[in-house]
Design a protein around this ligand. Structure first.
Ligand SMILES: *Cc1c(COP(=O)(O)O)cnc(C)c1O
Length: 394
């Protein structure tokens, strides 16, 4: 992978016609170390967030040895870089074939479920295996999340009781898990999730081998400035202590966004300006899917690729249109950029390390696989915030 000192150097040398995606490996390492040093438990990386080989490789090198996978392809992607890593199949709805292949071909023992039907499916397709670890995923409120997952996944508290009892009969180890929703803006959600789990433990008198607090840890966007991550970890610790269990379950989490968001940027070029609308060369059918209907606002920066380029100090709010002919290829923003931005200027859009690369399609013939490494700092960083810095041990 070609490497550049900065996005400015990259643009100056390549003058790319297509959108270019940049990876900052340092950002991955930094976030990974932060979690490893401060989260009170074990860390599974949620592979769907960014399955790029360099990301998986960098995470493995930084010490991550567990992965939350949701498909056979994701298992294969992880196994390319580490044969010893533990993969946990945390999708609660799987095909019978994929359960069989995961168990018999890849040695996966850990599966998640939120219905009795899925529990039976797992047992049948592993030939009544006696070495399974089964996680019952419990539905919790996603009220503080930007992206709500609660309507699709999770057993209601009343269903979870029966599921945990049944899982306990068939599995070697059992776990309880939840997901507070992605980009969760308030640490209290984790304490609430843990207290839901406490209710289930009380009623079933089963202390699980694992408590899995899921993903949802936020990154920083211009209009979504989260509490610092130490507050999240603090809530989790306090919530667990409040359960007052006789025996301590293993604690795990499955971060995606918070680990890799800062590691990726997309560099786009302006094809046309119409007042406050910029027609750019990437969009919602490319890496910018989440800027569409989910309306995530990425940090934006006009690139000063040559020293004589004038960048106005006056800032204007822009909307973006992507390159395809579809009207859904629209990104409301507002993206804040210098007022003098015009055709052929380049823009860096940050925090695209999570849910960026992986959303690209070939729709309308627009697709770019130009990926380079850059060594400069991301536009914004959660790990620079003072409070996090004081507790940051790299
Ligand atoms: C997507 C996903 C994650 C990661 O979520 P983030 O919000 O990106 O941290 C974790 N666990 C499961 C089961 C997921 O589906």
């Amino acid at each position: 992978m070609l490497k550049f000192k900065s996005v400015e150097e990259l643009v100056n040398q390549l003058k790319p016609e297509k959108p270019v995606y940049c990876i900052r490996k340092n950002s991955v390492t930094r976030a990974s170390k932060f979690f490893q040093n401060n989260f009170p438990g074990e860390i599974l990386y949620a592979v769907k967030t960014n399955p790029h080989p360099e990301i998986i490789k960098t995470l493995v090198e930084s010490g991550i040895d567990q992965f939350d996978i949701a498909s056979i392809e994701e298992i294969k992607q992880v196994k390319k870089f580490t044969s010893s890593a533990k993969c946990s199949y945390m999708h609660t709805v799987k095909s019978p074939e994929s359960i069989k292949r995961a168990y018999f071909q890849f040695g996966i023992k850990t599966f998640s479920l939120d219905t009795k039907e899925e529990l039976i499916k797992i047992i049948n397709n592993t030939n009544n295996a006696k070495d399974l670890e089964l996680f019952v995923r419990v539905a919790v409120s996603n009220e503080h999340a930007e992206i709500d997952l609660s309507k699709k996944f999770g057993a209601l508290n009343s269903e979870a009781l029966g599921l945990l009892r049944l899982a306990k009969q068939h599995a070697k180890k059992v776990g309880l898990s939840f997901h507070v929703g992605s980009q969760c803006m308030h640490p209290i959600s984790y304490a609430k999730g843990i207290s839901e789990i406490g209710n289930i433990i009380k009623k079933t008198k089963i202390i699980p081998d694992y408590i899995n607090v899921g993903g949802g840890f936020p990154t920083i966007y211009p209009d979504l400035i989260p509490h610092n991550l130490m507050e999240y970890f603090g809530e989790i610790k306090k919530g667990l202590e409040n359960l007052k269990l006789d025996r301590s379950p293993k604690i795990i989490c499955e971060p995606g966004r918070a680990l890799v968001a800062e590691s990726g940027s997309t560099i786009v070029r302006v094809n046309l300006r119409r007042k406050q609308k910029l027609y750019i060369n990437d969009g919602t059918y490319g890496t910018l899917f989440d800027a569409g209907t989910p309306n995530i606002v990425y940090p934006s920066k006009m690139i000063k690729e040559t020293s004589n380029k004038i960048i106005s100090k006056k800032i204007t709010a822009f909307n973006f249109f992507g390159p395809t002919c579809d009207s859904m290829d629209y990104m409301k923003g507002p993206f804040l950029l210098p007022n003098n931005i015009k055709e052929n200027d380049y823009i860096e859009l940050g925090q695209l390390g999570a849910y960026g690369l992986t959303f690209r399609t070939q729709f309308n013939g627009f697709y770019s696989d130009e990926i380079y490494e850059v060594e400069d700092a991301p536009i914004m960083s959660l790990y620079d915030k003072d409070i996090n810095k004081s507790t940051f041990v790299a």
